[in-house]
Design a protein around this ligand. Structure first.
Ligand SMILES: [Zn+2]
Length: 281
């Protein structure tokens, strides 16, 4: 093919200019996309490093119908049966919740955690860990206020907490424990109207006063009864004494023949026994 003069003079430089502009533009664009792709890759890496959020589970911590709207301090079991429930309030909390979970896991025990809404917001992973280990969650309001509450304020304290527990862990709960055990400021009334079980306690560790480990162990063991509910705290302050005392409390009560159950299990046991007793008559 014969290349004519006008091609060399005009068309060839034009083609070269267009080609180089295209290459330059392409390199700019591809570099930008590459940066975006790296950004996305990093995001994915960060997500992969965290435990993947579980698919929305439909866990429901319900209570037998007869316990709906009731206030429970302990349960009455058949003679000779020694079930007892460990409960932990005011979490989830920094390291303490995980430390308590480790002790429970080592001992193959499930417990019940009454969580504060704003702490679930602060420590979502610890709330997830509680569920991942097969423990139970109860509602302990959003702010842990003792003040007198209008029905609207009581509703927001309980419902906002129920919502964040569900969004974080996939769990719904019919267990409620009023902050400070206060039954008269409006918040327990709202929970009762919602058919929650109001779960109090029979064995108060008073661990929030931070007694020595030995005092804590003695106090809990002394008050232990079959069908009882032990109150301890995984959150709300320094709980190192609670963490230190827990293995000794578990060992001591086990040596006495106690078996540890969650609140729904304890209520289920009592429910079945009472049904059985009624059926016998
Ligand atoms: Zn509390």
């Amino acid at each position: 093919m014969k290349i004519n003069k006008s091609f060399i003079l005009w068309q060839l430089p034009l083609i070269l200019i267009i080609t180089s502009v295209s290459i330059f533009a392409y390199s700019l664009l591809s570099n930008r996309y590459r940066v975006e792709a790296i950004g996305q890759g990093n995001k994915q890496d960060v997500q992969a490093a965290k435990p993947k959020p579980k698919p929305q589970q439909n866990i429901s911590f319900s209570v037998p119908t007869k316990f709906a709207s009731s206030t429970l301090y302990q349960t009455e079991l058949k003679k000779g049966e020694k079930y007892i429930a460990l409960t932990f309030d005011d979490g989830p909390w920094g390291n303490t919740t995980d430390q308590i979970l480790n002790i429970l896991r080592k001992n193959n025990i499930k417990a019940t955690f009454f969580m504060i809404g704003e702490n679930v917001k602060t420590y979502p992973q610890q709330a997830k860990n509680v569920i991942a280990d097969g423990n139970v969650i109860g509602n302990h309001t959003w702010h842990h206020w003792y003040r007198s509450m209008s029905p609207q304020l009581a509703a927001s304290e309980i419902e906002n907490t129920a919502n964040i527990i569900y969004q974080t862990t996939g769990a719904k709960t019919s267990l409620f424990r009023p902050p400070g055990g206060i039954l008269t400021n409006g918040v327990a009334t709202y929970a009762r109207n919602e058919k929650d079980a109001i779960v109090m306690w029979s064995d108060d560790s008073e661990d929030w006063r931070r007694p020595s480990t030995s005092t804590l162990v003695k106090r809990v063991v002394k008050q232990a009864t079959p069908g009882g509910i032990i109150l301890m705290h995984d959150g709300g302050g320094n709980r190192s004494n609670t963490v230190a005392a827990l293995p000794q409390i578990i060992n001591n009560l086990r040596q006495q023949g106690y078996k540890f159950v969650t609140i729904p299990q304890l209520l289920q046991i009592q429910n079945q026994e009472q049904v059985a007793i009624t059926a016998k008559k």
